[in-house]
Design a protein around this ligand. Sequence first.
Ligand code: HEM
Length: 510
Amino acid sequence: MIPLLAMAVSLFVLIIPSIIFYKLCWIPLHLRRLMESQGIRGPPYRFLHGTTKEIIKIKQQTKDAATMDISHDIFPIIQPHLYSWIKLYGNNFLHWIGTEPEIVVTEPELIKEILSNKEGTYPKTIVKGYFKKLLGDGLVVTEGEKWSKLRKLSNHAFHGDCLKEMVPAMIACVETMLEKWRSYHGEEIEVCGEFRLLSSEVISRTAFGSSYLEGRKIFDMLSKLGVLISRNMFKIRFFGIGRFIRTRDDIEADKTEQLLHDSIMEIVKKRQFEVQSGKADSFGSDFLGSLLKGHHDTDPKSQISAAEIIDECKTFYFAGQETTFSLLSWTTFLLAIHTDWQERARAEVLQLFGQQNPNSDGLSRLKTVNMILYETLRLYSPVPSIIRRIGSRVKLGKYEFPANIKMAIPPLAIHRNPDIWGRDAHLFKPERFSQGMAKATNGNPTAFLGFGYGPRTCVGLNLAISEAKIALSMILQRYKFTLSPECVHSPLIVLTVHPQHGVGILLRPL
Ligand code: HEM
């Protein structure tokens, strides 16, 4: 008995450390050498922490040193580690989030190959932890047949005639916002909060047939999860320790996920009840209606499960609000500074709509406003990183990569590349887009990644652009605005890139 016990103990003592050594030392060193042999370098891997401590240090140093005057060159400020490492190690480099390797790719040719792939060579990463609670297994993260089924459904709900039908609701939402602005004439108004409310109201009404107030609990829960994710982004948890030791944030996240689930169920059940009680004769033609129709579909291939409905609702409430409010905030910020472009945009709006509300026909003819929106997305891209993983061993350009490495594509790095955008890449110059996207990007389709690229391009692109055009048109019809002298330029990543201290503007009625 004793020799057996001794053997078990010695096995334990020998095997566990060997596994730890293999996973945490040998694999990283081996990968580092493999990458270096192909010319991909990067900051040194530190035991257990990878390069995470270095990232936190560089971010802190930048924060301490930053005096953000009004410069649009925000990449070195909000992603300073990527900025430094691209300069030091080249366009593509290897770094580590804890023990997880991540290759940062900024070479347009490679990005094109990664994002246009349809064979599943570069799937989305497997989401875990707080991210899983936020997005579930919804359209943003899912893969394969489930992705095709969900993408088809949302393509239909957010394009063509369905999108046209949303225009009156969007106008009504903007009118409500502007009604409130009347009490701010001649005073400073912080528009970031206004646009957050507006984009919440728009997605609630257009996709879910409810109001912001009904969906309020959902947005509060999503925001809470967003804060928890950002707070824990670079905190490393070793050996699945999270399963045994629950932090205060873990408990908070569990609670928030449950409340989020319950709040979504309330809205879903309300719609179902309307049909069951005979108040309505169908589930409706909006996104929620399509999901419910899919739920009752008898064809197993297109049927949507209850869990899928919840995940899609989370995904669209989140994606529909978080990105669009960022776009509107940055556009207003830029037009408040570049008043010449504000004048040009106003002239176009007044010529097309006069004092009438916008209409879908006119929206597609707003060329200057379109150029301004795309230039804003180039300089202040709301999505800071597009992430994929290498599914199995692969050849990419001149490189060969083993499986299971994450790939990160930071749009801002590409958007400020002087080889593509010129030496004035960090300046606000909407005229770049005057001859269309192909000309602006020199025929390089992945030089602009505001909405991603390839099969996983943003499905809400048209909704976001229509919403932004309607809101801007209606503001420009009523007001001239300038930046408040109190406004501090403070871009920050909290899931998306947004102004940390808001955007204060001074309104002058026309
Ligand atoms: C200015 C506003 C927006 C920006 C900048 C934006 C940006 C993006 C980007 C860059 C991607 C690609 C992500 C990747 O390839 O991994 C994406 C995907 C996605 N977006 Fe947007 N988005 C915006 C608005 C919206 C809106 C309004 C909705 C919903 C109505 C939405 C829903 C989605 C969804 C569901 C995906 C995943 C699509 C898929 O994987 O098939 N987005 N978005």
